[in-house]
Write a new protein. Structure first.
Length: 331
């Protein structure tokens, strides 16, 4: 059976509080008493639990995480990356979503007030910035993953959104595409602006400017991708390439092209962004920019744990690079 602190205290003829003070190298224990306690610890093989050590240091050994919800296709990979790092370091994870709006935020705030976790990882949910900013300004340790709103003051982990879009544009240009459309994400997101800038600037440098009518805002859903591209197809516009700024919208674009009788990739090449599992199983399989979601979760967890261990946060975002995955929709 596991030796307890109570057993150590009984054998050393001291209180549990005295054993705790010896374990934490407090200087207020008589030297001979401290030696006796350490001899009992060595003889019994006692090791304090991670939770006991955490409580003695004023820590919970738990990290909080706040996300909009769990239905986003790449959320599971982010969470797995976070969990892998935390579990390896003996930390627990307290996960909060914003599925119930204001009620969810109230519950999360109660956890903060109760000191239920030592630091926070977050993917910014809607309508939480004011509260989150207040926590950040108070000095609460936190790391933002995938800084969609572009908040440079927050420690963060992101991916190379602009370079990923550059790679997509270069690939389409290299395959001879010249009349291209872009289905963007919501305009308020920093990743949307970065992906749009990277794609547009690459086309301009190649002397193939992107016409404004070919830049259509979507909403990161499959239906949104289909609805965004449909007016161009119904108008008979002769596109030969589409860059959709996430894979779900790219699948919607494939749906619309199929319904309009446009062959992919012979008539129109399509590139997405994210490399979620469905990307390899569409018809045809989707060429896409891989967003390293699991690696982003791992990097964010390591950054936060380093801060909790006394290291300063880096001054710049930690960037995990994207990579172009070439499949049949844009070979």
């Amino acid at each position: 059976m596991r030796v307890t602190i109570a057993e150590v205290a009984r054998r050393a003829r001291v209180s549990k509080a005295t054993v705790s003070r010896v374990l934490n190298n407090k200087g207020d224990v008589d030297a001979s008493t401290a030696i006796r306690v350490r001899e009992v610890i060595a003889a019994t093989g006692y090791t304090p639990s991670a939770r006991a050590v955490g409580l003695a240091k004023g820590r919970t050994q738990t990290v909080g995480m706040l996300v909009p919800g769990l239905t986003w296709p790449w959320m599971g990979d982010v969470l797995q990356g976070v969990a892998d790092v935390l579990e390896a370091m003996g930390y627990g994870l307290l996960l909060n979503t914003m599925n119930r709006g204001a009620d969810s935020l109230t519950q999360f705030a109660r956890h903060v007030s109760a000191n239920a976790f030592d630091g926070l990882l977050l993917i910014e949910p809607p309508d939480t910035l004011s509260y989150i900013s207040g926590l950040h300004e108070s000095g609460f340790p936190m790391v933002m993953i995938d800084d969609r709103g572009d908040h440079p003051g927050f420690p963060s982990v992101a991916t190379s959104n602009k370079q990923g879009a550059v790679d997509a544009a270069r690939h389409l240009l290299a395959t001879g595409r010249r009349r291209m459309a872009v289905v963007t994400g919501p305009s308020q997101f920093g990743c949307t602006r970065d992906r749009t800038d990277g794609f547009r600037s690459t086309l301009e440098d190649a002397g193939v400017p992107l016409e404004e009518k070919f830049l259509i805002e979507g909403d990161f859903t499959r239906d949104g991708g289909r609805e965004a591209i449909q007016p161009l197809l119904e108008a008979g516009v002769e596109l030969d390439g589409v860059f959709a700024q996430n894979d779900l919208m790219a699948v919607g674009v494939l749906d619309a092209l199929r319904a309009a009788g446009r062959a992919v990739p012979d008539d129109v090449a399509v590139i997405g962004f994210d490399d979620i599992p469905i990307a390899a199983h569409t018809q045809p399989a989707l060429t896409t920019v891989r967003q390293p979601s699991r690696e982003m979760g791992e990097a964010a967890a390591r950054m936060l744990l380093s801060r909790l261990a006394g290291e300063p946060f880096p001054h710049e975002p930690h960037i995990v690079p994207t990579s172009l995955i070439v499949r049949d929709s844009a070979p």
